[in-house]
Design a protein around this ligand. Structure first.
Ligand SMILES: [Zn+2]
Length: 143
């Protein structure tokens, strides 16, 4: 396989797998303002990540062009700046991709290649936060 072909195959597998793992869209909590930007304390954010492993056959022939299998691992997301994986927050609009906010002040987009998955994480966090706190978090005042 050509390198570009391999990359294309990897991308295809990636998107199929993530689509399979996409949780259903939850019902919007009562009092949701679809235009508001919410910020939810999540703590540790577990992210599934595909790992491409060469098959025994391609290892045997010492080639990178062989088949490979995709294995999924789940690992806590860590801040690229301070390396913490605790006390993380998600911020964004309902149904839009989420931004991760660290206590150190660093912010970065959650899974920018998988915007639907990213949006679902924020939706799930908002739903559970609304259930626990008897209502949605108050959105920060718009500037
Ligand atoms: Zn940080």
């Amino acid at each position: 396989m050509e390198p570009e072909e391999r990359a294309e195959t990897a991308r295809r597998i990636d998107s199929i797998e993530v689509a399979d793992r996409l949780p259903p869209e939850p019902e919007s909590p009562q009092g949701l303002d679809p235009s508001a930007i919410y910020c939810v304390q999540v703590g540790t954010i577990n992210v599934p990540r595909p790992v491409y492993l060469p098959t025994a056959d391609s290892v045997l022939h010492a080639t990178l062009d062989g088949d490979y299998v995709t294995e999924w691992i789940t690992e806590p997301l860590a801040c690229p700046l301070c390396r913490t994986d605790a006390e993380l927050k998600l911020q964004g609009q309902w149904g839009a991709p989420a931004t991760v906010m660290c206590t150190c002040g660093y912010q970065w987009p959650l899974a920018p290649r998988h915007t639907q998955w990213s949006a679902r994480q924020l939706q799930a966090a908002l739903v559970s936060s609304a259930a626990q706190n008897n209502g949605l978090p108050t959105p920060p005042p718009s500037k």
